[in-house]
Design a protein around this ligand. Structure first.
Ligand code: CAA
Length: 420
C-alpha cells in the first residue's frame, strides 16, 4: 500500500533488550539477585514511549493516536489491556485513543500498519510502541506460550519447543534441497553475534561466539529438541533469544511534520508497506516464505524501487535459517542462493547489502511485540547515522524491514526512504 498521504518516520528508540546471557539480567547467580528485579512489561513499554518522545523532541500532547504491539502479555506477565497501560506513561497521553495490536511476532509490524492507516484516516501524529517480557518463566514454559502463534491444536505436538522445531523442519528441507550444511549456516549466527557485540542495546552484547561454536553442537550449544527427526537440525546458536524489551516510533503526515516544526529531511519516508496473512497450519512449501514474498512483492511493485537500490535490511531471523529464507522471499536472492550472499560477505555491516546490523533477533534479541517496531527504528538509525560502532559507512537511501508472525503466517514488509 502506498499511503495516499505521505507518511514519515520521525524517529524512535528501544530499551536495552535483556534476558539470559545479558550482564544486567538478574537471575539466582547474579550479584544483584534479591537486591533488584528485572524491568517489568510496563517499565519496558513506558521507557520505550518516553525514549521515543525524547529522541524525536515530540511532546506527549502532540500524539493524537497510539498503538501498542504485544503478543502474550496475559500469559507471560498476567497483563492485558495494554493501550490503557501505555497512556500511564505520560499524563498528556491520557484521553487519546490507544489500541493494542496482536499478530504474534508480527505484532510490531501490524501496529505500524495500523498507524499508517490511522494517518490515512485523518490523524497527523501517531505513536507506535511494542513491548514483551518473556523471562518470567523457563524457556520450556515460554515455548508453550509462544506455540499459540502456531495452530495450537494441530501443531503444538511437533515438539515441546514448537517454533524451534518448525524451523528445524525448514532447515532440514533447505539443507537437503540446496546442499548446504551447518558449517555454512554457522556464518549467519556468527554475523548476528558479532554485530550484537558492537551494539550496546543488544541482548547478546557481551556473548562472544566463534565460527566453530556457531557451526558445531556441544554441551553448551546443545541440540535441544526431543523430536528425533528434527533434533539434528537445530542448535541453541541457531535460535533467537528469549528477550524482554520495548521499542517505540513516532509517525506523522506532512502536516504533522509542519505542526511539530520539522522538515521531511528530519525524518525518513515510509514509501510503502505490505501486509499479507496466510492460514494457520497452512504452510505448503518448507523451502519458501510465501506470505512474506507476497508482502515484499507489494512494496517493490508499488514503488518500482529495485532491490539493487536497497542499502540496509532488517529481516526476521527468528532462527538462522529464516534469515536466508527471508532474503529469498524479499527477492534479494533466488531460491537456494541466499547462502552465497552471507558467505561472500555481502550481508555484513561493510557489505553491499548489510542485513541485521544490530544483531537481529539472534543477537539483538526478540522481545516479540517490540521486534517489528525495532526493525524500523534500526533502519531509521542507520539512515540518520546514529548507530555508533555498528554504523554502516555509506548512508543508505532505501531500507527494507520484514517482520513475520508464526511460521510465515503474517508478514509485514516496509520500504523506507531517507529523504535527505
Ligand atoms: N544437552 C541436551 N539438552 C540440553 C542441554 C544439553 N547440554 N542443555 C539444555 N538442554 C535442553 C534442556 O532440555 C532444556 O530444557 P529443560 O531445562 O526444561 O529441561 C532446554 O534444552 C532449554 O535449555 P535452557 O532452558 O537452559 O535454555 P535457555 O534458557 O538458554 O534457552 C533456547 C535456549 C531454548 C534456545 C531459547 O533461547 C529459545 O527457546 N529460543 C527460541 C525462542 C523462540 O522460539 N521465539 C519465537 C521465535 S518464532 C517467531 O518469531 C514467530 C512467532 O510468531 C512466534
Amino acid at each position: 500500500m502506498i499511503p495516499n498521504r505521505h507518511v514519515y518516520v520521525l524517529g524512535g528508540a528501544s530499551t536495552p533488550f535483556i534476558g539470559k546471557g545479558h550482564p544486567d539480567f538478574v537471575w539466582p547467580k547474579h550479584p544483584d539477585f534479591g537486591k533488584r528485579e528485572n524491568p517489568t512489561l510496563e517499565e519496558h513499554l513506558t521507557r520505550a514511549i518516553m525514549l521515543a518522545l525524547e529522541t524525536t523532541g515530540v511532546p506527549a500532547s502532540a500524539i493524537q493516536r497510539g498503538f501498542v504491539a504485544n503478543f502474550a502479555g496475559e500469559t507471560f506477565a498476567s497483563q492485558g489491556h495494554l493501550g490503557a497501560m501505555a497512556v500511564r506513561a505520560h499524563p498528556d497521553l491520557a484521553g487519546k485513543p490507544w489500541t493494542r495490536v496482536e499478530a504474534a511476532c508480527a505484532s510490531g509490524g501490524c501496529a505500524v500498519v495500523s498507524a499508517v492507516e490511522a494517518l490515512q484516516a485523518g490523524y497527523d501524529v501517531a505513536l507506535v510502541a511494542g513491548a514483551e517480557v518473556q523471562t518470567t518463566v523457563s524457556a520450556r514454559v515460554g515455548a508453550d506460550y509462544l506455540a499459540r502463534a502456531a495452530h495450537y491444536a494441530l501443531e503444538r505436538s511437533i515438539d515441546e519447543f514448537t517454533f524451534p522445531a518448525m524451523f528445524a523442519r525448514r532447515w532440514k528441507a533447505y539443507s537437503q534441497a540446496h546442499g548446504v550444511t551447518d558449517a555454512d549456516l554457522g556464518h549467519v549466527g556468527l554475523k548476528a553475534y558479532q554485530n550484537a557485540n558492537r551494539n550496546p542495546l543488544a541482548h547478546m552484547r557481551t556473548a562472544r561466539r566463534s565460527l566453530e561454536w556457531c557451526q558445531t553442537a556441544s554441551d553448551q550449544n546443545a541440540r535441544f529438541l526431543q523430536n528425533e527427526e528434527l533434533k539434528e537440525h537445530l542448535k541453541m546458536s541457531d535460535c533467537s533469544q528469549v528477550s524482554d524489551g520495548g521499542s517505540a516510533l513516532v509517525l506523522c503526515t506532512e502536516s504533522g511534520l509542519a505542526r511539530l516544526g520539522k522538515r521531511p529531511s528530519d525524518a525518513i519516508q515510509l514509501r510503502s508497506v505490505g501486509q499479507s496473512t496466510g492460514p494457520l497450519a497452512g504452510v505448503t512449501d518448507l523451502l519458501a516464505l510465501d506470505t512474506t514474498a507476497l508482502a515484499a512483492a507489494e512494496v517493490f511493485g508499488d514503488t518500482g524501487v529495485g532491490r539493487e537500490q536497497v542499502g540496509v535490511v532488517e529481516v526476521h531471523d527468528c532462527f538462522t535459517i529464516t534469515e536466508w529464507l527471508m532474503l529469498e522471499a524479499l527477492g534479494f536472492a533466488a531460491r537456494g542462493r541466499a547462502p552465497e550472499l552471507t558467505l561472500s560477505g555481502a550481508t555484513a555491516i561493510d557489505g553491499r547489502l548489510p542485513v541485521n546490523t544490530g544483531g537481529g533477533l539472534v543477537g539483538f534479541g526478540h522481545p516479540v511485540g517490540a521486534t517489528g517496531i525495532k526493525q524500523v527504528v534500526e533502519v531509521w538509525r542507520q539512515m540518520k547515522g546514529l548507530c555508533g560502532d555498528y554504523q554502516i559507512a555509506s548512508r543508505p537511501v532505501f531500507g527494507v524491514t520484514a517482520n513475520m508472525g508464526g511460521d510465515d503466517r503474517t508478514a509485514v514488509v516496509t520500504l523506507l526512504e531517507n529523504v535527505a
